[in-house]
Unconditional design. Sequence first.
Length: 320
Amino acid sequence: MGILRGICVSERRGTPKRPREEIDLVEGFGLAGDAHGGPWHRQVSLLAKESIDAFNAEGASVRPGDFGENLILEGFDLRHLPVGVCFQIGDALLEMTQIGKECHSHCEIYHRVGHCIMPANGVFAEVRRSGHIRVGDEVRLVPNPDRRPTVAVVTLSDKGARGARTDESGPLAERMAEAAGYRPVETLLLPDEPQRLERELRRLADGRQVALVLTTGGTGFSPRDRTPEATMAVAERNAPGIAEAMRWHSLQITPRAMLSRGVSVIRGKTLIVNLPGSPKAVREHLEFLLPNLAHGIQILRGEAAECGHPAQPSEKEETT
């Protein structure tokens, strides 16, 4: 159990957030009147009071809202909570959706003392249930009502990214994954630029902790097809059997499947699988892949055990 120690809001982007004693959390938006609210996964930013206190102990002098945080919580090690955990504050419910963020433009605090704690220690959440909150309210961790594994879909297409072609493969992959029991949390349409893909894959795996990332496109022989190379660059472990099995399945349909260079890898607790770019190939691959993937995802996430071995609780679960 924790305590809500601060509420901060800014009515316009790029302006400092100012403290409030109470406010409405609005489902699907964020804090009422806050400029960063909206239909996205970073509706509400949260920071631990303990992190602010430690920062001030280094000689800084920061006020609530200086880091751009919306809510200041006491009693939680936010950085080490898993994405998907929910905070209940009165009637309101928030789901944590991302840990940390990339700092594109240094804030006033960074220029004043040389670094900022929000990119490393801050977390983000979506409002799942509306409610009125006040400073001093009790904050409780509660189970997420939606226990489905999450999925993100990334389409690589130069023409699609510049609007010269409608992406059909990405939306198809998202629909098929959702029908198979996954919860879509993000879709991206990117040009065939490996460095950009690497950044997004790291963010989806590390910050958003997505269970499954499906990429479409960029797996062929064209000089711009670099999806496998970008995927291998972020991999911590290889999972070659998945890509091999999909190629074997596709070879039963067309011998040109031998030209696919797609790979499948693991980063943290995220499985990343490359799919071809055409809607027909995406359908064929996912019809084969999705029915056979659930057990592997559960093992990867620590929610199931290898065949014949009982699941063991994680160190965190044993101590809570």
